[in-house]
Design a protein around this ligand. Structure first.
Ligand SMILES: *[C@@H]1O[C@H](CO)[C@@H](O)[C@H](O)[C@H]1NC(C)=O
Ligand SMILES: *[C@@H]1O[C@H](CO)[C@@H](O)[C@H](O)[C@H]1NC(C)=O
Length: 462
């Protein structure tokens, strides 16, 4: 009997402890609103369609990483009611101002919440208003519409790979050619032997004249290394053409980015004369052997993994295996000294026609990133948006041909065709056309040609 009573006592005690612990946990738990009402306008009791009478500790709804209550007991403590309890369950205004939090797409977000609007970050301010940064974005819907409405002769598009970037980052990471120094700019121009009334074809496409020898555009990603990409692209085509297709190397921009480091800055920009010096004196391997791996996050930091030494017969050989372990062919390809052409449209055309694609610098403006098709000319669409929307930087590309188009008003629009290094999804399959003969965006200012270093042993044997 005594034992039984003792057991009963123990049981009652345990009950009491348990009950008090449950009550303690809810009653003394930290208030849900300690740091201000989180999500004051959110829907909780309403979304779960729950309102409970008296005390019901199971009357809860998920609330961020905890629970909130929709029973009358919560109203007693005012520590754990869902924010919409008063309004939804009692039909009275909540005992705190409802203004905090910002609305967006039918949802309410707490003060301090953020979202991205293209390249700008928006933050929910204390006044319940979204506050957005006001930076110029690389892709701009207003500019795209203005270009496409404006009859400029080319179409603009929204590129997902550029969406979310600022214009400043586009200029910083997608170009990457230093303007040639005055000394280089004053380099003697090579003049073509031309008869002033020599007739050149109205259309020319290097890929049609030299099938299989003109290489497809690559993608420099967020690496400001167009100096290496355009040099490798022109050298690849020229070596293929001058060896009459016996060698068709797609040369490695990465080899230049990582190894041509004298006065060069890898993925932070470089000089064309330096790149050609390297191709002549050191040479590079193929892109397959030394694939592109650089990223903006590690500019110029990649160590050089390919060196060459002279074989004594005017040629060089690699002193390392290919960085790509699947490839064994590590031949070194070299060029002769590069030569600068005059800015004369006809002379550039004749060089292209006879010797193959040429390299050109290009001053890239904000609207060029959105180019999709047609004959590009820099437009004034960004002028109304203020100076921070009008930016430009120096780039370099490979000119591969020319043509002309009849405009509806009967005028003839002449153009160059050029390969960019923003992948084949950009522009016309990675290429673009640009007005010819008017030095549009300085495309005719600094044009360079080169010969592949091709010896008789590299030539096809008959
Ligand atoms: C709930 O709280 C509100 C505001 O604090 C108060 O006016 C109301 O009387 C309370 N209701 C109950 C049932 O306790
Ligand atoms: C552009 O494309 C991105 C993603 O591809 C998309 O989220 C965005 O809404 C588009 N913007 C415009 C203005 O079309």
């Amino acid at each position: 009997m005594r034992l039984l009573r003792a057991l009963l006592c123990l049981w009652l005690l345990a009950e009491a402890v348990l009950a008090s612990r449950v009550r303690t946990r809810r009653e003394l738990g930290p208030g849900l609103y300690e740091h201000g009402v989180y999500d004051a306008g959110g829907s909780y009791c309403q979304r779960g369609d729950v309102c409970c009478h008296g005390r019901n500790d199971g009357c809860t709804v998920p609330y961020h990483d905890t629970l909130c209550y929709c029973d009358l007991f919560c109203n007693r403590t005012v520590s754990d009611c869902c924010p919409d309890f008063w309004e939804y369950c009692l039909g009275i205004p909540a005992p705190f101002p409802k203004a905090s939090g910002c609305a967006r797409a039918g949802r309410n977000y707490p003060t301090g919440a953020t979202y991205r609007e293209n390249c700008n970050l928006c933050t929910c301010g204390p006044g319940g208003q979204w506050q957005c940064e006001d930076r110029a974005c690389l892709m701009d819907g207003e500019l795209i519409d203005a270009i496409n409405r404006g009859n400029y002769g080319w179409r603009a598009a929204n590129y997902s790979q550029f969406w979310g970037m600022t214009l400043e980052d586009g200029i910083r990471y997608r170009l990457g050619t230093f303007r040639p120094s005055p000394t280089v700019m004053n380099m003697n121009e090579m003049h073509m032997n031309m008869d002033s009334n020599e007739v050149l074809p109205r259309h020319f496409d290097a890929a049609a004249k030299w099938p299989g020898m003109i290489h497809e555009p690559l993608d420099q990603g967020n690496c400001a290394g167009s100096w290496a990409f355009s040099t490798a692209a022109v050298a690849s085509d020229r070596i293929s053409i001058h060896s009459m297709g016996h060698m068709k190397p797609a040369l490695s921009p990465q080899n230049l980015l990582s190894c041509d480091t004298r006065n060069q800055r890898g993925c932070s920009g470089g000089r064309l004369d330096g790149a050609w010096w390297y191709l002549r004196r050191r040479g590079v391997v193929t892109d397959e052997c030394y694939p592109f791996t650089s990223q903006e996050s590690q500019p110029a930091a990649q160590p050089c993994m390919m060196h060459s030494r002279s074989t004594g017969r005017g040629k060089r050989q690699a002193t390392a295996r290919c960085p790509n372990p699947q490839t064994h062919a590590n031949e070194i390809y070299q060029s002769t000294p590069a030569y600068r052409l005059s800015s004369s449209e006809k002379e550039i055309m004749k060089e292209l026609l006879e010797n193959g694609p040429v390299q050109a610098i290009l001053e890239v403006h904000e609207d060029f990133f959105m180019y999709k098709s047609g004959i590009y000319r820099h437009t004034p669409v960004a002028e109304g948006k203020g100076p921070k929307h009008q930016r430009h930087g120096t780039h370099s590309v490979k000119i591969t041909g020319w043509g002309e188009e009849q405009l509806p008003d009967g005028q003839t629009q002449k153009y160059w065709t050029a390969a960019n290094s923003w992948g084949t999804a950009w522009g016309e399959g990675g290429h673009f056309r640009i007005a010819r003969g008017v030095n549009e965006c300085e495309v005719e200012t600094f044009v360079v040609g080169v010969w592949g270093r091709v010896s008789t042993e590299d030539m096809p044997h008959k």
